[in-house]
Design a binder for this molecule. Sequence first.
Ligand code: GAR
Length: 211
Amino acid sequence: PLRVGVLISGRGSNLQALLDACAAPDFPAEIALVLSNKADAYGLERAASAGVPTAVVSHRDFPGDKRAFEEAMDARLRAAGVELVCLAGFMRLLSPWFVDTWRDRLINIHPSLLPSFKGLDTHGRALAAGVRFHGCTVHYVRPEMDEGPIIAQAAVPVLPGDDAHTLADRVLESEHRIYPQAVRLIAEGRTRVEGDRVLLSGDMPALPALI
Ligand code: GAR
């Protein structure tokens, strides 16, 4: 199985979705390491409960030295034999050095239909913009925040009466579905980055068009 490292900063519900997927005997990936930049991230408990190794590399231990922080993370990932890095609610912007070191082996989940609503507070901004559909995206990471070739997306409706919380909950459910799907696609060798896009090959899983 493909050895996956998951980077988190907090709650870790997407990590949980990946842990659950990897628990299935036919899933083509396994989680080799969960790495958090925060010692109190709840996701670390989720990993421990699943018997998955964890590590904490705190950015606060490297004040003003992002490169040293990222080299420490890189060293942990390599020591664990990680082949694919999944950002799952990891809230530090990675430098071009780290992103290029892991180029096309580093993916992120973002709570919007990219390229709309990059950055934070995606749900509040989607409501303010009056969009009728919102959703989530799994993409290969590039140095520019929330940019990179798209692997999977799911759309959800924006419903009358939604606030940022109800909308976030609906999007989060779709995140938990597509993140494992995206990892499966990569683990099965069915993604190829060509320029700005991902080309998919082979039998397609039912890719989510959720309405
Ligand atoms: C998720 O909604 C994820 O898409 C988002 O943070 C949440 C983490 O939740 N990521 C970003 O906003 C990245 N900038 P989780 O810790 O329960 O997976």
